[in-house]
Design a protein around this ligand. Structure first.
Ligand SMILES: Nc1ncnc2c1ncn2[C@@H]1O[C@H](COP(=O)(O)OP(=O)(O)OP(=O)(O)O)[C@@H](O)[C@H]1O
Ligand SMILES: [Mg+2]
Length: 252
């Protein structure tokens, strides 16, 4: 469903600071793939997601999403199809708007006429249903400003917002790294539940190797702008954290 071929990204080309962040990367994602990506700092993981989301443009290479060539599609057009969650819980939501307003914004994304209408009753019922499934009581806080929520609650809300209209692809860039271990675990479980319930293909970057081994059906290891290993379910199941750290020089 995602086909990236030969994606090549160089920052500051032809200067002393030249840096090849992605080195002719090929990546094929199947429907229902939940792909974890690990690799040391500066390996090119975020750059890979930036190319997919259209945040940066590769020097060369092609990108297809469900048979549509999106290589040159603008980022704002892609975001209706590709959801993305970042490490910083403050990034995905507007703090001075209420939970309901944030959800309404997310629900309207990609639908031009949405703001001309009031929020429908059935929309609110759907928002509440999605929030209630988190088990955090957020469904009773629709009128609260999002800035009043904790980091974990905000990240949970971001997860719901990113999947309110299930995207064609969900990109998770260390989305639990800023949370305490218990909250991180809870958000991970919710992530997995939502991905599987709505059949959303997903890519998740993490420095948490036990998370990388436990979740998803594929594991990529990146180093120096290249994918140095692409493991399927069975290989991943056999792998230990110690092997992952040792064989690929990843330090948790
Ligand atoms: N906008 C940019 N301008 C210049 N160099 C950049 C830019 N973005 C990334 N780089 C460089 O490209 C390389 C890959 O960076 P990237 O952010 O993709 O790494 P990463 O694998 O996500 O690392 P981390 O685990 O630290 O988040 C790094 O050397 C980084 O300094
Ligand atoms: Mg990164």
């Amino acid at each position: 469903m995602l086909r990236m071929e030969n994606a090549h990204v160089v920052f500051h080309p032809q200067t002393d600071n030249e840096r090849v962040a992605l080195h002719d990367v090929d990546l094929h994602l199947k429907k229902d793939d939940f792909l974890c990506i690990v690799g040391g700092n500066g390996a090119g993981k975020t750059t890979l997601m930036n190319v997919i989301s259209g945040t940066i443009k590769a020097q060369h290479g092609t990108l297809f999403l469900e048979d549509e060539d999106i290589t040159n599609m603008a980022e704002h057009r892609r975001c209706a199809m590709i959801g993305r969650i970042f490490q910083d819980p403050l990034k995905g939501t507007a703090p001075h708007l209420t939970v309901l307003e944030n959800l309404s914004l997310a629900y309207g994304r990609g639908r031009r006429s949405y703001f001309q209408k009031a929020v429908h009753k059935q929309d609110i019922a759907y928002f509440k249903e999605r929030l209630a499934a988190l088990g955090l009581g957020l469904e009773d806080r629709l009128d609260n400003e999002v800035g009043l929520l904790s980091g974990g609650q905000r990240q949970a809300l971001t997860l719901i917002m990113a999947t309110l209209i299930p995207p064609k692809l969900l990109l998770l860039d260390e989305h639990t790294a800023a949370l305490d271990p218990k909250t991180a675990e809870r958000i991970m479980q919710e992530t997995e539940r939502i991905i599987s319930a709505y059949h959303i293909p997903a890519m998740m970057i993490t420095h948490n190797l036990s998370q990388a081994l436990r979740y998803g059906n594929r594991l990529l290891v990146m180093k120096d702008g290249s994918i140095i290993k692409d493991m399927g379910q069975q290989e991943k199941e056999r792998l230990t954290i110690a092997e992952l750290m040792h064989d690929y020089e990843i330090f948790s």
